[in-house]
Structure formats: C-alpha cells, structure tokens
Design a protein around this ligand. Structure first.
Ligand code: DGL
Length: 265
C-alpha cells in the first residue's frame, strides 16, 4: 500500500482527459497533474526539445513524491518515453500509445486502423510501430491534424470552422478504416465533430485503457493506495492562459480546485 500520488503530465490541458479516466477507475489515488501551458504546443517541436521538457517535468513530479509517471501526451510519449524510462529507471513510467494501440487492435474487424495526431506523433510512426509489433497484418493510415489542438485550447469544440477543418482532415479515412485512434489527448473533446465527419468508423479514445493499464501497473508493483485514501488532485501549470479554469473543468469533468502556477520553468 502506497498513498503517494501518481504524476501525470501533458503539454497543456489535453492530459486532463486521462486524469478524468484515472479518477473514475482509481478514486483512491491522489494525482499531481502538470500542464506545460507556457510551452504548448509540443506537436510541432523538435524531438530534442520535447525530450528536454519531458525530463524536466518528470524530475519535478518525482521531487513532489510521485510514485509513478503517466505521460498523458502522445507527442511526449512518441518522442521521449524511451529516454524517460532509461533515465528514471527506479519508478514505473507509462505512455498513452501502447494502451491505445491495443484497444484499436481489439476493435478492428477489417484490420484497418486510422490514426490522427500532431505532426510530431504522426511523423514519429510510433503508432505504426506499436500496432505492427502486435499484429503485422493490420493496415494503418495516419494523418496529422495540427489545427485541432488550437481549436480545443480555444474551447471551440463545435461550429462551422472546426466542422470544415474536420471534414478536410478526415475525408481520406471514410471507407478505408473501421477504427480511428484519437492519437492526441486533446482530441476526445472533438469527438462529436470527428464522429459527424466520419462514416462507420469507431473512435478510440485511449483514456480508459490508459487508466486500466495504470491500475495493473500499480497493482503489479504493489503501489496501490489504501482503500481509505481519498484521492486528491493537484494541478501545476507553467502559464495561466485566459479561460484556463473554465476549459480545464470541461476537460476534467469536475472543478479544478488546487491550481498552482510554476514560474521558474
Ligand atoms: N496533447 C498533446 C498530445 O497528446 C498534443 C498537444 C501539443 O501539440 O502540445 O500529443
């Protein structure tokens, strides 16, 4: 039994979709969330820089006594997970790509999977490697959707503009895949508009698989919190953009109570 918190991080608010799933499945776990809002987006940055940011944040979370790290960002998972695992090898570290790939393989009937994500995630081929490593026969079509993150961070989940952009990005998936991985933790907020612009395609939001795998990992390492522990949530951000709380609450599905601004990053 270990009541220390789980450290979770993303480039911004997107990772709160993973926190929401974690809090549902693991209500006794305390969570430290780090959103690197000052340096978002990661999806257009170089691998070296994303690695540097991810190392810095992981160190911060470990200093705050995190017992495990969940990288709730596809871009950071694609670019930095291996480095983090090598560098911090005395603590379990999990990304979001493996759980999403597993879920998509279980879901596809035609063995045809689509992946959408940031430019960095798509260019890294991380999903392709992960899926092909589990089932070589699956065909994969992927596409970067760089404008989606800005719309989500603006709180523009619906409307004519995002609908046109979604149509433009998603057209090539229709009749080609039966499963589409939302390979960016911001995209679950656009589920409705993505669904509207795809036909007969099931959307995979990996948040719940990430939460299930986190549970299994905590259990395996005997790190689960006690049943009498009330899971707290502390959020750290590197900038407080306008409407942060309002949007954060939408991502999280509950009010963000403990919010701390980190100035020295
Ligand atoms: N939430 C991040 C991800 O899952 C993307 C946002 C960004 O570009 O920073 O990849």
């Amino acid at each position: 039994m270990d009541n220390r918190p789980i450290g979770v991080f993303d480039s911004g608010l997107g990772g709160l979709t993973v926190v929401k799933a974690l809090r549902k499945i693991l209500p006794n776990e305390s969570i430290l969330y780090f959103g690197d809002t000052a340096r978002l987006p990661y999806g257009v940055k170089s691998e070296e820089l994303v690695k540097q940011y991810s190392i810095q944040i992981t160190k911060f979370l470990i200093q705050k006594d995190a017992k495990m790290i969940v990288v709730a960002c596809n871009t950071a998972t694609a670019m930095a997970l291996k480095t983090l695992k090598n560098k911090f090898n005395n603590i379990p570290i999990m990304g979001v790509i493996e759980p999403g790939s597993k879920q998509a393989i279980l879901n596809t009937k035609k063995k045809k999977i689509g992946v959408i994500g940031t430019i960095a995630t798509i260019n890294s081929n991380a999903y392709e490697k992960s899926i092909k490593g589990k089932d070589i026969k699956v065909d994969i079509i992927s596409k970067a959707c760089p404008l989606f993150v800005s719309f989500v961070e603006e709180g523009l989940f619906k409307g004519a503009a995002i609908n046109e952009i979604a149509k433009h990005y998603l057209l090539s998936f229709n009749n080609k895949v039966d499963t589409l991985i939302l390979g960016c933790t911001h995209y679950p907020l656009l589920k409705e508009v993505i669904f509207k612009n795809t036909q007969n395609i099931e959307l995979i939001d990996s948040a719940s698989s990430v939460a299930n795998d986190t549970y299994k990992k905590l259990e395996k390492f005997r790190l689960l919190s006690g049943q009498d522990n009330v899971g707290s949530l502390n959020c750290y951000v590197t900038d407080l953009p306008m409407r942060f709380k309002e949007l954060g609450n939408i991502f999280l599905g509950e009010n963000i109570e403990d919010l701390h601004l980190i100035n020295d990053f």
